[in-house]
Design a protein around this ligand. Structure first.
Ligand code: S3P
Length: 407
C-alpha cells in the first residue's frame, strides 16, 4: 500500500461525460443499416466513433450533426454503396471487427485498413466464424489491411466462442442478420451485451453459458437512441475521487449495463462508497447517476469469470490496488495483451519505473513493494487507457508524474 498521495487536494462536484463508446458504435451501425432516418442523442465524439461514422459515409449513408443530435439516413438491407476506396478503421477494433461481419453479407468487395496499432491486432477471431458462414478474406497474417469477399448467400452457423469477446460475438450477429435461418452463438463467460440488448435478441441462459439467437427478423429499423455516459471513462474520475481525501463526485446518466459495471462491484467489495440514483432505461440500456466518496480500501481477489466484464477497467483498477491494503494481483486476463497496446506489458513497464516490485505473468501481473522513484515520466504506448491510467496516478502521487504523448 502506498503512503505517498496526494498531488491534488479535493474532488467535488457533478460531471457529465460523453456517450458510451460501445453503445455509440452500435447505434451508428444499426442506424446506417436501417431503412430511413434515425436520431442519436449524446453520441461519443471520440476518434474511434468518428472512424465508424466515416466508414458509413463512405458506404453511402448521409450523416449529419445538429446541436446535440446526430441524424443518420440508413441505406436498408444490403443496400450500401460500394466504397470508392478502402474503409479506414483508424485505431478502432470495434469498427474493424463489427464492420467485417456486416461487409461479409454485402454485394460488393471491400478492403479495411487501420493505423499501425490496429494493423497488428488479430482479425482471425472474426475471420474464422465468418468463413464458416461462407465469406472469404485476403490478408497477410490475418491482420489489416483485410479484403472482404462477401457471400450473397451467407448461411447460419452454431458457433461456440473460443474467447469471451463482444466484438467477435457482434461481428457474427451482424452477419447472422443477413442469413436465412437462425445463427446461434454460445459464450461460456458473458461479455458486454449491447448488441443483443439493442437488437432485442433472444438469449438463453444456462449453467454452461449464454446462447444468443439471431435471424433476419432482428434486422434493425429506424430508431431514436439516447447514449448514456461512458461507464469506462467514468472509472477514471471515480477512482480519482475515491482515492482523494474529503472528496465526493456525482457522474450523471452513466451506463449501468450489468455486463459493464463489474469494476463498480469490485470497488464496492474493496470498501468504496458508491451509490446509484435516478435509474432509467433507454433502447434496452440501463443508466443512472453514480455518486462516490473518498474511501479506505483493501485489495480483494478478482475472480476469473468477471474479467470480460472489467477488461477495459483493469488498468485503472490496478492503480486502486496500489493504494489499497495488501497487494494487487490480476490473472486470466490474457486478452489485455491484444488491446491498443499489450496492456499487461504497458502497465508492468510503468510500475517498474516507480521502483515497485512487479511480477509479469503471461495472463496478468502482481505488484508489491514501495515507490522508490519520484517524478517519473510514464509511457502512454499510444494507448488512451494507459495514458489516462497514468495521468490519474500522476495526480495521486505526492510528487506528481508525467505521461508521454498525453493531452
Ligand atoms: C468492445 C469490446 C471489448 C472492449 C472494447 C470495446 C465492444 O473488446 O475491450 O474496448 O464495443 O464490443 P473485446 O470484445 O475484444 O473483448
Amino acid at each position: 500500500m502506498l503512503e505517498s498521495f496526494n498531488h491534488i487536494t479535493k474532488v467535488k462536484g457533478e460531471l457529465n461525460l460523453p456517450g458510451d463508446k460501445s453503445i455509440s458504435h452500435r447505434s451508428i451501425f444499426f442506424s446506417a443499416m436501417a431503412d430511413g432516418k434515425s436520431v442519436i442523442k449524446n453520441l461519443s465524439d471520440g476518434e474511434d466513433v468518428l472512424s465508424t461514422i466515416k466508414s458509413f459515409s463512405d458506404l453511402g449513408c448521409e450523416i449529419k450533426k445538429e446541436k446535440n443530435e446526430v441524424i443518420i439516413r440508413g441505406k436498408g438491407f444490403k443496400n450500401f454503396n460500394k466504397p470508392q476506396k478502402s474503409l479506414n478503421c483508424g485505431n478502432s477494433g470495434t469498427t474493424a471487427r463489427l464492420i467485417t461481419g456486416l461487409l461479409s453479407a454485402q454485394n460488393f468487395e471491400s478492403t479495411l485498413t487501420g493505423d499501425e496499432s490496429l494493423s497488428k491486432r488479430p482479425m482471425e477471431r472474426v475471420i474464422i466464424p465468418l468463413k464458416q458462414m461462407g465469406a472469404k478474406f485476403e490478408s497477410e497474417n490475418n491482420c489489416l489491411p483485410l479484403k472482404v469477399i462477401p457471400n450473397n448467400k451467407l448461411h447460419p452457423i452454431n458457433y461456440k466462442l473460443p474467447i469471451p469477446s463482444a466484438q467477435v460475438k457482434s461481428s457474427i450477429i451482424l452477419a447472422g442478420l443477413h442469413c436465412e435461418g437462425i445463427t446461434s452463438i454460445v459464450e461460456k463467460t458473458p461479455s458486454r451485451n449491447h448488441t443483443e440488448k439493442m437488437l432485442g435478441l433472444e438469449v438463453k441462459k444456462s449453467k454452461s453459458g449464454n446462447t444468443i439467437l439471431v435471424s433476419k427478423k432482428n434486422y434493425p429499423i429506424p430508431a431514436e437512441y439516447f447514449i448514456p455516459s461512458d461507464v469506462s471513462s467514468a472509472a477514471f474520475f471515480i477512482v480519482l475521487s475515491i482515492l482523494t481525501k474529503d472528496s465526493s463526485l456525482r457522474i450523471k446518466n452513466v451506463s449501468l449495463n450489468e455486463t459493464r459495471k463489474g469494476y463498480l462491484k469490485i470497488l464496492n467489495e474493496m470498501g468504496a462508497k458508491i451509490n446509484f440514483e435516478n435509474i432509467s432505461v433507454s433502447s434496452g440500456e440501463v443508466f443512472g447517476d453514480v455518486i462516490v466518496e473518498s474511501s479506505k480500501l483493501k485489495n480483494v481477489e478478482i475472480p476469473e469469470e468477471i474479467i470480460p466484464n472489467i477488461i477495459d477497467e483493469i488498468p485503472i483498477l490496478s492503480v486502486v490496488g496500489l493504494f489499497a491494503e495488501g497487494n494487487f494481483s490480476i490473472k486470466s486476463a490474457n486478452e489485455l495483451r491484444k488491446k491498443e497496446s499489450d496492456r499487461i506489458n504497458s502497465l508492468c513497464y510503468n510500475y517498474k519505473l516507480l521502483g515497485l516490485d512487479v511480477d509479469e505473468l503471461e495472463d496478468g501481473f502482481t505488484i508489491s513493494g514501495k515507490i522508490k522513484n519520484k517524478k517519473v515520466v510514464f509511457e502512454s504506448f499510444d494507448d488512451h487507457r494507459i495514458a489516462m491510467t497514468f495521468g490519474i496516478l500522476s495526480l495521486l502521487l505526492i510528487d506528481g508524474g508525467k505521461v508521454n504523448n498525453f493531452g
